[in-house]
Design a protein around this ligand. Structure first.
Ligand code: 3LM
Length: 399
């Protein structure tokens, strides 16, 4: 592997790191090893690979060279020692939790999580004897008070899906590690990607991703990843992935994400620039009750976002005057902008968290977890910002 680009800047490493074209007949892009298994030269060689005594691929559930290029690059971009790419964000999150927890353990999670992550904790882990406390992770004393001798994971998203609250990653990590070094601080970095925020450099232990979103960047795949120290990531590979979830990424998908990474910084800049313009414009519209975007100076998270993130990202949430009914009307009026869940694509997407991404919460749970029924979420895409604004404007005008 030619890692001379290691000291280069982010966008250079996103294009070059972890792949040497001379290892593959000069192929500019890494080959796609579309294979389930790998032939051994001898029985002894196969045995040595299984025993971990010799390097080399065995079987694609245990690793694949195309996947390795992606993992090496992603680990470098997140400034972690190692990465593990998986079949989905939920695959990565569940494999990580299954590996690190046992019955009787305790998890502290932020009060607002992506809907399926909440369902995994609330309906999945709890069924297996893991206790989960939800607290407002913006409140450091609430985090501290929730920690117990059984706590093994503190988990949050920043910014949060869908309400865009921002967590102080450095302060939480310090507080948790002062309490115990046996607790892993895990940050879901899906909304930012390492182009905008690197939680491991702020003291977090692990980063998880839905690579389906900005990392892939083109709305054509489902994937996930976890990044952190070599020892923990290897454990997740051998336990959570290999034996517990089997949530293996396809070599083709690994290739597509690696292709997406080449333009990650460029895309995140454009997403952020357009989202800031749209958020400012929305905040001035008489039909809008409230805009949630950490790049707005009026946001309570503005200062923290400025410190922690290089740019405020491409996600906006807002409420209309008239709540749920007006929100639905507005979404149905959209023409160019797609009514679709997911985020981070070239296309601008708009969705209704209460009936879609966060419908895994009951209405009572949504209220307790701070997700309002009328909230509208937009993933600002890469179209010309004037066209995005024009569609939003016409949709608002007929509400
Ligand atoms: C969504 N989110 O539209 P996958 N972590 C975060 C996420 O936003 C997501 C995952 C993990 C959405 C998906 S809803 C049916 C569509 C912060 C996914 C899970 O397993 O790759 O989907 O990632 O908000």
């Amino acid at each position: 592997m030619n890692n001379d680009a290691q000291k280069a800047a982010f966008s250079t490493r996103a294009i070059h790191y972890g792949y040497d074209s001379s290892s593959a007949n000069g192929s500019l892009t890494p080959p796609i090893y579309m294979t389930s298994t790998f032939a051994f030269d001898s029985v002894e060689q196969g045995g040595e690979r299984f025993a971990g005594e010799a390097e080399g691929p065995i079987y694609s559930r245990l690793g694949n060279p195309t996947q390795s290029v992606l993992e090496t690059r992603l680990a470098d971009l997140e400034e972690g020692e190692a990465a593990l790419a998986m079949a989905s964000g939920m695959g990565a999150i569940s494999a990580t939790f299954w590996t690190l927890l046992k019955a009787g353990d305790h998890v502290v999670a932020d009060k607002t999580l992506y809907g399926c992550t909440f369902a995994f904790l609330e309906h999945g882990l709890k069924k297996f004897g893991v206790d989960v406390s939800y607290v407002d992770c913006c409140d450091l004393s609430a985090v501290k008070n929730a920690l117990t001798d059984q706590t093994r994971i503190v988990y949050f998203e920043s910014p949060v899906n869908p309400t865009l609250r921002v967590m102080d990653i450095a302060a939480i990590s310090q507080l948790v590690h002062n309490y115990s070094n046996d607790i892993k601080v895990i940050v879901d970095n899906t909304y930012c990607t390492p182009a905008l925020q690197r939680p491991l450099t702020l003291g977090a232990d692990l980063v998880v991703h839905s690579a389906t979103k900005y990392l892939g960047g083109h709305g054509d795949l489902i994937a996930g990843a976890v990044v952190g120290d070599e020892e923990t990531v290897t454990r997740i590979r051998l336990e959570g992935l290999k034996d517990m979830t089997g949530a293996v990424i396809s070599p083709m998908t690994a290739f597509l994400i690696q292709r997406g990474l080449k333009t990650l910084e460029l895309r995140m800049e454009r997403h952020s620039q357009s989202a800031l313009a749209i958020a400012r414009w929305l905040a001035e519209q008489p039909e809008i009750e409230q805009v949630y975007y950490p790049g707005l100076e009026s946001s309570p998270f503005y200062q923290l976002a400025q410190q922690q993130m290089t740019l405020p990202g491409g996600m906006i949430a807002f409420e209309l005057k008239g709540g749920l009914e007006k929100g639905k009307q507005f979404m149905n009026n959209l023409k160019m902008i797609k009514r679709a869940v997911s985020l981070g694509d070239a296309e601008t997407l708009c969705q209704h968290p209460a009936s879609m991404t966060h419908s895994t919460y009951t209405p009572e749970e949504r209220m307790a977890h701070d997700i309002s029924e009328g909230l509208v979420r937009i993933s600002v895409g890469l179209e010309d910002v004037k066209d995005i604004q024009a569609d939003l404007s016409q949709a608002l005008s007929v509400c």
